[in-house]
Structures are given as structure tokens and as C-alpha cells.
Write a protein that binds this ligand. Sequence first.
Ligand code: KG4
Ligand code: ZN
Length: 338
Amino acid sequence: MADRILGIETSCDETAAAVVDHATHVRSSVVASQIDQHARYGGVVPEIASRAHVEMLTPVIAQALVEAGVADDEIDAVAATTGPGLVGSLLVGVSAAKALALVWDVPFVAVNHLEGHLYAAFLEEPDLQLPLVVLLVSGGHTMLVHMEDHGRYHLLGSTIDDAAGEAFDKVARFLGLGYPGGPVIDRLAAQGNPSAVPLPRAMLDRTGDDRHDFSFSGLKTAVVNHVRRHPGVAAADVAAGFQEAVVDVLVTKARRAATEVGAKGLCLGGGVAANSALRDRVVKACDEDGIRAFVPSRAMCTDNAAMIAAAGWWRLRADGPSPLDTGATPNLGLPVAG
Ligand code: KG4
Ligand code: ZN
């Protein structure tokens, strides 16, 4: 039984490695962010990302092993993100993981990045009870997932246009606040009045098959139009109004979904789950609805390799090792059940 997993994550702009025991005990989790190298371009530049992964991955893995206090021959399996993500970036982690698995003669496990985000909460709450509804909100994804059992997911809804994090990044760029936009808007919003700028809440009244879907591109346009018509408006009020509109829609839809499927809890995942207002509102909503709120630490919400090792442990148990000819799949979807 493979119990100690080395996880590797290189799908976007974080080079990460972690050692996790039994999918629950994080021995080490090292994350080298490339944000500084991309910030001046206002977003992630794929070519820069791949090169930085090549430079950083070996020292990051070495650091993860040292911090975990384990030798090479004490690793039972190597798990790496194979998608979704940037193909050049993914290939760096996948190739390294396969090479290490071969050299160490241990299983290689291909992990879906989205499944990794779903497992982040289990690292901090090993007794998490299923079924759960997970609100997965990142720079590339906005999803409501019904996690019925381990490895058994139903995609209830997703965004029909921009992802929630993408909306934060685009609005921040428009306001001249820099990249990534989420953390800056989060800070600025704390000083603003969320009701000063009236902004739309898209798709809240849907009752059909698209009732759990999201749309954020109209909100971004509404922000742009408002600022152009009112050039003197305070940036803090715009940030607060925008954040309130995003959080309102996310929380309203997530709690409705949790009620509909009879979930025992509502769980947050992905980079946008680091947002202070979203975290507060989810805790309050779950309290009112009598279900548990699982709000992972900020480090566990953003991209890291501990969540990849945890998801890898479950995958290995369910499916066995992945073939060594497994490649990178940039548009890999969440493996959904029936
Ligand atoms: O999960 P993640 O680290 O990378 C992806 O897989 O996309 O998410 C990054 C996204 C970015 O869009 C960033 O602006 C957003 O998460 N983000 C936040 C906050 N911190 C990061 N959005 C809102 N509030 C935050 N505090
Ligand atoms: Zn992510």
C-alpha cells in the first residue's frame, strides 16, 4: 500500500512539490510563485511559465523532501498534475514525476488539477463528511460540484463566460490595480461601501437546467460603464460593489445547490476562496442553513502540491498506477459520474 506520496504541481504559475502521508498528513508543502515574473505583463505568459518551472522544479522537489525529513527511498508513489492547465507548464511536472517514478521504481499517478482542489479541504478536515457541495472558484474555473463520494462527482453548474477569478483580474486591471487582481480588490473593498455602486447579479432567477450556472462578463462590463460615466467614483467603492456582487451570486447559488442535493456541508476551493468576504458569507450561510462550512486555509485554496498528493492517494487506491505514456491534457475536465 503506497502511503507516502510526493505530489508535483506545475499547471500554471506556481511550481510546487509536497510530501503527504495517507492523504491526510502534510509533511511538507513548498510553493514557488512566479507572480513577480508575470505581473508586468498583466497576466501569465505561458512561455515564461514553462521556463521558470524548468528552473525551479528540481530545487523545489529537493526542498520538499528535506522539509519532510524523508529520503528518496521512503517515497511510495509520485503524483503530478496532468491537466487542465498550460501544456508547456504541465509537461515539466509530468516529465519530472515520470522520471522519478522510473528511477525510484514506484508508481506514477496522473492527477486532475480540479480534483486536487476538491481534496484540499480533506487535508485540513480529515473527517469531512460526504455528500458535499464544493464551490470551486479560481482564475480559470467557476464550478459547483456535488461530491457524492470519493471520486464520484456531479458537475451541477459552471460559468458560461468568465471565471470568477478572471473577473477579479480584469476589473483590477481596468482600475489600474495590477495583477493578480483578487488580493488587491479584497484589500481595497474593505475600505469601500458595497452599496455605493449598483451592479447586476446575473442568472440568479434561473430555475431551469442552467439554474446552477454563472455569468460574470456582464458584471465586468457594468463596472467599466459605471466608471466611464462617473470618473470621480472612489476605487474602493467600485471594488466593494464588484466584490459584493460576485460573492452574492456565488453564495446564493452554492447554498441553493447544497439544499437541493441534501449536502452535509459546503466547501470552498480555488484561489478566489481566499477572498475574505466570500469566506465570511459562506460560514454565515452554512450556519443559517444548519450545514457545515469547510473553508480551507488560504494556502490550501490557492495552487499547491499537497492537494495533488492527496488526490493522487485516492486515485491510486481507486485506479492503480497511471501508464508512463500518460501525457499532459491542457483541457482535461473533471471526471464526472453519470
Ligand atoms: O487557484 P488559483 O491559485 O489558480 C488557478 O488555478 O487559477 O487562483 C488564482 C485566482 C486569480 O484570479 C486571483 O485573482 C484569485 O484567484 N484570487 C482572489 C484572491 N486571491 C486570489 N480572488 C479574490 N479574492 C482574493 N483574496
Ligand atoms: Zn488551481
